[in-house]
Design a protein around this ligand. Structure first.
Ligand code: GAL
Ligand code: MG
Length: 973
């Protein structure tokens, strides 16, 4: 038994206990004067919260997670499943508990002041002791906790501060988000002081019409408020004085016994510069609390954005505009520090998102560091701020469990109290994947009363009926809903609220197929307004392969361009020896663990293009401004004309002065040649004036239009035999493996989790056995018929090899039996001699692209070293494809090599890996590149879709059984 009253409460198994001694949450922001307590703390890890603290201390860095700092308690990844079997509110007896201790020298000049400790975030139960005396406890791993230490410390003296962090608790059951489990203190710790008379809260409401209202709450820790206090404000250089008609308690002498002061400041700013995500105009506001003699007792700093959010009918409006929500779900993540993220990292995340066309963030699935919202205000994002509630594994039981009622309301209300002044936050979210119950309605009721200025969403409520008007969600915010269902709902006449998917387009591995189709539907269907891609990060933790340990903070520089340095890898579920885990499902972001963009981001950037080519008409190229609030003056452009003969012509583009939604024709600065094959016009759009998120010159989008179609292709047949071996396989000096038929790709995560890969394996497509049926020579031409036998069917394949000027033309035909319906690819695969290390191609590029993910890759002449074509997905899979390739050369530095011309735009990949190589390993670092190139050219290649979690690709991107034809010419350079 313990004598410590905090431990005696056994708060880790008491959901009713959400805090003790914790100060109310508020939005007061006092910047200067705090004493930062970040850095190395004395540390020991106990086996359980009530185990005795020993004398053996190590150290741990704060903010940080101990699971990444050398303890034996390592990160563990589970999605839905709890990592322990105990039912809520229970937790396991073996319960790692971190004890953090350090000395604090309390400044002498804090005498007489109110002294407050702030712990930015600790997971999952925080107990605070000062000099052995209990100071308070708190739960909610993603919100700060403040404690009044005035009576526990003495200015001018040294105190010992102990923070005990219990990893597993009743709260873990409502923090069952799909991410790594860690333990530690993930946000900064600090101590600050105020006068006893202080601002207890400040609520700022700033509207599009310039109306500003600031409500202040004032308290005095000594009890009654002193007479004569008042507040003032300063908005930029404008002074704001207190609304006298609102005064309740501060002036009248007979009210001095009141303990809660309320005061209001009010102003109307003429010609206000409004806030929106495109032009995030902010005004500096300082709120001051004064003593009766005018001296300042307390100050709070704010940045105010004037904007309105409302739902009208089924449209979500920002400043009256139906803005598209081009969102992403973002977790707190860093490959070296787990869940502790610095200001620089948060800024880098947001800057990258801006550069790739995102304008919205859902803080999946918990409130983020306050700094993130400051950055969102400043850089311009619409934010769905989500409360820290996910009870996925035991969702139904908890949603109505009265023992958790307090926790639900506590978490939602504290988030709103903290974040309400951020213009970027346009929607509150009650949490994620926690079913729907009375506990949600209780929290929703609190929010609707406290902040009627913003809509509320909760997927778990809305999913029952997208049109319901009496639930806890003002928005229909499904996850991974089939596009046709969304469109059907919008067309049904039943729609009552905006439809904005809280999660869609699952970015696991090589994914995000059909994103452009989604956006085509969203932009053409009133009632659909966008969504949030799942998700930003691949949560791969940098791990030393030798001992399986996380590298931790020392790992800076041990990765580059999405790839871990030799001897290291990006760990995913199971890599730390966990037996309960969910594998690579944690690697499902649009960026690699080092924030290197995946190719799908270029697709997104293009889909979000602020300026687009609408048409090519006789009067010129019609351009349109697709922004909601901005002109085009911040952009500049360059025209590029790609001609089939290999030339690319460029000319500067003068962008017209267009308001949002307007279009105008601009003259084409080129003479389009009368003949000579395809002509593609691209407008390379860059930032003209430096933006807070991009220097001038940063590429923003590359809209494109085809001006002329391809010419007829003609080969001259020559009289020279084509050489084949006894198996009918082409003999060629530059090929080490002759072209054969391929129906298989290394399964993507979507292929695996969507069940396609299993089907393909069952059919034997990964191990087709080729048997030559006949080899017929006719003049120089050779016709080879072969059968490729799978386990359940046989494909008949015919190759006609015709000698043509400079090389050989290969006409192919494959007949897929009816049961091979919907295969990965139908095409040829061959391998080259080493040394052909440069790929030049005419087709879509330079980014990796696939039939259902190509919008960001314009047709043109592209060139890349072969090693740069491959995308290093964490779990190796089909990678490196280029869509719409018309022809390519693979060459050595001396310009020798081979040239391939295709009969039509085809999917091509050139990598160092066979599909079997990719399939055989589980992590990128295990791949051994081949010296030569593995070349695939496909008559048809299946789309990527998003079936690892959500809809598969559309039927038009799947491959039907039956006869497929393709033809290509192979020449020596
Ligand atoms: C959703 C969930 C996310 C994540 C995703 C799959 O259901 O809200 O947290 O698990 O699926 O990656
Ligand atoms: Mg979940």
């Amino acid at each position: 038994m313990t004598s410590d009253p905090l431990l005696a409460l056994r708060p880790w198994e008491s959901p009713e206990v959400t805090s003790w001694g914790r100060l109310p949450m508020n939005a007061v922001d006092r910047r200067p004067g705090a004493l930062p307590l970040d850095g190395d703390w004395r540390f020991q890890l106990l086996s359980a919260p009530d185990a005795p603290v020993g004398g053996d201390w190590g150290s741990s860095y704060v903010p940080g997670v101990w699971t990444m700092q050398g303890t034996d308690d390592l990160p563990q990844y589970t999605n839905v499943r709890m990592p322990f079997p105990d039912f809520p509110p229970g937790s396991p007896d073996a319960n790692p508990t971190g004890v953090y201790e350090r000395e604090v020298d309390v400044p002498t000049d804090w005498a007489g002041r109110r002294i407050v400790l702030q712990v930015g975030a600790a997971e999952s139960v925080l107990l605070v002791h000062v000099d052995g005396k209990p100071a308070g406890l708190s739960k909610d791993s993603h919100l700060a906790a403040e404690f009044d230490l005035t009576d526990l410390v003495r200015p001018g003296e040294r105190s010992v501060l102990r923070l005990t962090v219990v990893k597993w608790s009743d709260a873990s059951h409502i923090e069952d988000q799909d991410q790594w489990w860690h333990g530690g203190i993930t946000r900064s710790v600090l101590l600050y002081a105020t006068e006893p008379l202080h601002l207890a809260d400040v609520t700022v409401r700033a509207r599009q019409n310039g109306e500003l209202r600031i409500d202040c709450q004032v308290r005095d820790t000594r009890g009654a408020l002193p007479a004569g206090w008042y507040v003032s404000g300063e908005l930029e250089d404008r002074l704001l004085t207190q609304d006298r008609e609102f005064d309740r308690v501060n002036i009248e002498d007979d009210r001095v016994s009141d303990f809660l002061g309320e005061a209001r400041l009010h102003a109307t700013v003429p010609e206000v510069r409004t806030w929106n995500a495109e032009t995030p105009e902010l005004y500096d506001l300082t709120v001051r609390l004064h003593h009766s003699d005018g001296t300042v007792a307390d100050t709070s700093y704010h940045r105010v954005g004037f904007r309105d959010v409302e739902i009208v009918g089924r449209d979500l409006l920002v400043n009256g505009e139906r803005v598209y929500i081009r969102g992403v779900n973002r977790h707190d993540f860093h490959p070296l520090t787990g869940r502790a993220v610095s200001y620089e990292d948060m800024r880098a995340d947001l800057v990258l998102l801006k550069r790739f066309g995102f304008n919205a963030i859902r803080t999946s699935h918990y409130p983020n560091d306050p700094t993130l919202y400051d950055l969102a205000d400043e850089l311009g994002f619409y934010v769905v701020d989500e409360a820290d509630i996910e009870s996925h594994d035991h969702a139904h039981e908890i949603a109505d469990d009265p023992r958790y009622l307090n926790a639900f309301v506590d978490r939602v209300s504290r988030m709103v109290l903290r974040d309400k002044n951020h213009p970027s936050i346009i929607i509150w979210s009650l949490g994620n994947e926690s079913d729907y119950g009375a506990n949600h309605d209780a929290a929703a009721g609190w929010v609707r009363r406290h902040d009627p200025t913003r809509p509320l969403q909760y997927e778990g409520a809305a999913k029952l009926d997208w049109a319901a008007t009496d639930d806890a969600s003002d928005i229909a915010c499904p996850m991974y809903a089939p596009l046709e269902d969304c469109v059907a709902h919008a067309l049904s006449g039943r729609q009552t609220k905006p439809l904005i998917q809280c999660e869609y387009s699952h970015a696991m591995g090589n994914s995000n197929g059909t994103l452009a189709d989604h956006w085509a539907a969203i932009e053409s269907t009133p009632g659909l307004q966008g969504g949030f891609i799942w998700e930003f990060w691949d949560h791969g933790i940098l791990q030393r392969v030798s001992d399986g340990r996380p590298v931790g903070r020392a790992g800076a520089g041990l990765y580059d361009n999405g790839v871990a340095a030799p001897g290291h890898r990006w760990a995913y579920g199971g890599d730390f020896g966990e037996t309960i885990h969910d594998g690579a499902f944690i690697a499902d972001g649009v960026v690699f663990p080092d924030r290197t963009p995946k190719p799908s981001l270029y697709e997104h950037r293009e889909i979000a293009a602020p300026v687009r080519i609408e048409a090519f008409k006789h009067e010129g190229i019609v351009l349109g401004n697709h922004q909601h609030f901005r002109g085009l003056d911040w952009l500049s452009g360059t025209w590029e004309l790609a001609l089939a003969d290999g030339r690319t012509l460029t000319a500067p583009a003068a962008l017209p002065d267009l308001r949002p939604g307007e279009t105008a024709a601009v003259p084409l600065p080129f003479e389009v040649p009368r003949d000579g094959g395809e002509v593609w016009l691209t407008l390379r759009v860059t930032v003209a004036e430096e933006q807070p998120w991009a220097p001038a010159g940063t590429e923003v989008c590359v809209p494109q239009i085809r001006l002329r179609g391809p010419a007829e292709r003609a080969d001259t047949v020559v009289d020279r035999p084509v050489e084949v071996d006894g198996e009918g396989l082409l003999i060629h000096p530059l090929l080490t493996v002759a072209p054969t038929l391929s129906l298989w790709r290394a399964p993507t995560d979507n292929d695996e989790l969507g069940g396609m890969a299993l089907r393909w394996r069952t059919w034997g497509l990964d191990s087709l056995v080729r048997k030559v049926v006949s080899v017929r020579e006719d003049g120089g031409r050779v016709t080879v018929v072969a059968e490729y036998a799978g386990t359940t069917g046989v494909v008949r394949h015919r190759q006609v090899l015709t000698p043509v000027e400079g090389g050989v033309r290969i006409d192919e035909e494959a007949e897929l039996p009816a049961e091979f319906d919907d295969v990965a690819r139908v095409g040829s695969v061959f391998e080259t001699v080493p040394g052909l290390d440069l790929l030049d191609w005419f087709g879509q590029g330079p980014w990796e692209s696939y039939p259902d993910r190509g919008a960001g890759a314009p047709v043109g002449h592209h060139s890349l070293p072969v090693d740069e074509l491959f995308t290093p997905y964490l779990r190796p899979q089909e990678s490196g494809g280029r869509h719409g390739v018309r022809r390519f050369t693979l060459s050595a530095p001396d310009a020798t090599g081979l040239a391939v011309e295709l009969d039509a735009p085809r999917q091509v990949s050139v990598t160092r890996h066979r599909a079997a190589d990719l399939t055989a390993v589980t992590h990128h670092d295990e791949l051994v590149p081949r010296a030569g190139c593995v070349v695939h050219l496909d008559a048809a290649h299946r789309g990527l879709g998003t079936a690892s979690c959500g809809p598969d690709t559309f039927p038009e991107y799947r491959i039907a059984a039956g006869v497929h034809h393709w033809s290509w010419t192979l020449r020596v350079l």
